[in-house]
Design a protein around this ligand. Structure first.
Ligand SMILES: [Mn+2]
Length: 396
């Protein structure tokens, strides 16, 4: 059993990669204000430097998700610099995230906006995002829309659905065959009455309407309380429509808390459904695992390393589920036996084996400790403090 655990955990960790978000390294806040960290990244280059630290210490984060508006302010002209940062800091550009919500023109939506001129602007930005992705060899363009309305009767819901179908089709036609369009959903916020892509069923519908390269992206924080996310994951897997994740944890709404900090069993169950699917079908699920968190209170890099550790632990625990025993117990409706397959795996302390795996790869056994002892945060805090303190602003 022991050597079996070691082997399974090593195999799981060797295939598990997770993308970290550039925006997780910059100062961000809540609706009410920002608490500025001296060491937060103030430029795209600093975001690459920080993300490169996380990858150097964990060995499993080879890509960083980029945000078009915040990381590539000059559009295509910024891609040369980004490539230089990637080479210099040892971390590649990952998914490209368009921004169809921040500009003033998007007050009443982007693809769902009744004004054709605004929809046109949104289409131009989407095309630019795809061009940037091509230039940077990024496969995934990850779309999240804030479109919706705040008051009953103010939006033509069916008309907006049609507009979304049209705009997504037009955008999909710009993709290279090696690229993918990921469509994220969220039930509410910033819109508080209706959201145009409010749940996985709507995202699935739009992905199918858009074209064959579109898939659904599941942000674990974008669900109502107690929703069964692993069931959604299972359904999307069985439809071959699951494209990726944005990991974070939640207690109340879209809280962007550290993955596994509130409910680690939830993330474990998601990983379990994926690995059970892979065992049953004999083929790996083509999923982009990404983190979508930006920490207001925890240290930026600390929090990212902590998240990667947690993701590895929960993925490794899920790899310990005895799939054959589980399938047998399910077929006999052996409830206790089946449930025990999950509980036994979840209860296993995989941390010693993960440390062994890291050592075998020449990585620090404890990336958090290695980071804290490196003096990196203290150094960049000195370098960046002035710039961070002069950029304090409030959303309120
Ligand atoms: Mn997200």
């Amino acid at each position: 059993m022991e050597s079996n655990v070691t082997q399974r955990v090593h195999q799981a960790l060797s295939r598990f990669r997770v993308e970290i978000p550039s925006w997780g390294f910059a100062n961000t806040g809540t609706r009410f204000g920002k608490f500025v960290q001296d060491g937060a990244a103030t430029t795209t280059e600093e975001k690459f430097a920080d993300a490169g630290q996380v990858h150097a210490l964990t060995g499993v984060c080879p890509t960083v998700a980029l945000h078009v508006l915040w990381d590539l302010p000059q559009g295509i002209d910024s891609t040369g610099e980004v490539r230089e940062h990637a080479n210099r800091y040892g971390i590649r550009p990952g998914s490209i995230n368009p921004n169809l919500f921040q500009d003033q023109i998007y007050k009443f939506g982007s693809f769902g906006n009744p004004d054709p001129a605004v929809r046109q602007e949104a289409l131009v930005h989407s095309r630019l995002s795809i061009e940037i992705a091509k230039e940077l060899d990024s496969r995934d363009i990850s779309f999240w829309f804030t479109d919706g309305s705040n008051y009953p009767g103010t939006a033509n819901i069916r008309e907006r659905k049609r507009l979304f179908e049209d705009c997504l089709k037009i955008t999909h036609a710009e993709l290279a065959s090696s690229q993918r369009m990921l469509i994220e959903y969220k039930p509410f916020e910033p819109a508080f009455y209706h959201t145009d892509i409010a749940d996985w069923g709507m995202a699935l519908h739009f992905a199918r309407a858009a074209g064959p390269l579109a898939r659904v992206l599941v942000d674990t924080g974008h669900h109502y309380q107690s929703q069964n996310i692993e069931q959604i994951v299972s359904w999307l897997l069985s439809e071959d429509m699951l494209g990726g994740f944005h990991f974070n944890d939640r207690r109340y709404a879209d809280d962007d808390l550290t993955l596994g900090s509130i409910d680690p069993y939830q993330a474990f169950r998601i990983f379990h459904e994926i690995q059970f699917f892979e065992w049953e079908t004999g083929r790996p699920a083509d999923i982009a695992y990404m983190i979508d968190q930006s920490h207001n209170l925890k240290g930026k890099i600390d929090a990212m390393i902590q998240t990667v550790n947690m993701a590895q632990e929960l993925y490794a625990k899920a790899a310990l589920v005895d799939h054959a025993a589980l399938a047998h117990a399910q077929s006999k409706s052996d409830l206790i036996g089946a449930e025990a397959c999950l509980q036994d795996a979840f209860a296993t302390d995989v941390r010693p084996v993960i440390r062994e795996w890291r050592a075998s790869k020449g990585l620090p056994q404890n990336p958090m400790q290695a980071f804290r002892e490196s003096g990196y945060w203290e150094r960049v805090s000195l370098e960046r403090a002035q710039r961070n303190r002069s950029s304090v602003s409030s959303y309120a």
